[in-house]
Design a protein around this ligand. Sequence first.
Ligand code: PLP
Length: 406
Amino acid sequence: MSLDIQKIRNDFPILKQEIYGKPLVYFDNGATTQKPQVVIDEELKIYSHENSNIHRGVHYLSEQLTQRFEDARKVVQKFINAKHDHEIIFTSGTTQSINTVAYSFGDRYVSDEDEVIISTLEHHSNIVPWQLLCERKKANLKVIPINDNGELLLDEFEKLITSKTKIVAVNQVSNALGTVNDIKRIIEISHKHNIPVLIDGAQSIQHGKIDVQELDCDFFVFSGHKLYGPTGIGILYGKEKWLNKMPPFMAGGEMIKKVSFEKTSFNELPFKFEAGTPNYTGAIAMAKAIEYIQSIGLDEIATYEKELLNYATEKLQTIKGLKIIGTAKEKVSLISFILENIHHYDAGMVIDKMGIAVRTGHHCAEPVMNRFNIEGTLRASFSFYNTKEEIDKLYNALLIVKQMFG
Ligand code: PLP
């Protein structure tokens, strides 16, 4: 079934506006996605009629909203097919989720001379927490290399593994290049050596179906705001067997069972990892976003976005002097490119004046830029609400940029 894009676009109020007198063309979906009206309405409804702190009250509002928060957890559980709802931890986003594992798992399982493996393709959020862990524990960080297409070298990965390797943390999709990594294979290889795997799903969760049981990953993390939901909410999925053994990361209310000045005992999952008042509004609105994209269809989204990717790749490639960085066989709907020797900021600013939002810079993935010996790229990342006509506008805008600076 093909998507009714005009109808879908009507669901997103922000897409109706003009920027510098031109219709907004929003191609910065890798940074954050826009929000459908149902998500905006959900937040408004909570603050207008339902607000109350959850888990703590016996009064009506508190009980009702606690139920809605726990229902939201179940929506996420079903969405990624986790075995238990208590394996779903609400966090502020991908970054907090990764930090939680790096601190908590790291505290319990990583020590002197141990090793953590990440990849060249990681976002800084999946590099720095592990670097800090390695500094604290005097452990070593190892990095899976990539080829010139921006694909992970899995043979090299297997060679990096030793008896000292304690965890592997890689993304499913590179935010800088759009590469889809073969995480199933990475997980299989790691598990053959009894090593748990964290998957950073920040750039994959919005592009297709995820089944954490089928993948058999040990941790899977993502952010609500890249999934058409609100900012400040995200997910840490962890297998029960790990989460139960890991110590709490943050301490405070809700994560405790009993507190005295002599001894504190910790709450059970998932509350052990949800210290303080959670972003219940965000969690409930994120569940709404999930239901919204499910109503469109994850497979339909993937098919249409692939069509946009192919169209944009073919079209942009015809521009002389434009070079796509990241030419992996498997990619999501994201194109990173450089244009002759025109600085990406200059190009981005000119395009912006035509109402087109693309991202410029290193995309919080400096090691990727270093690998290709560049400072940064222009990045156009497409969503199911984008159109081929919008891609044509980008194409025309780039021709103007070339004329101006070329
Ligand atoms: N990992 C990847 C692959 C990303 O693309 C991003 C954000 O762009 C992050 C992690 C960090 O996500 P957040 O800023 O929502 O915590």
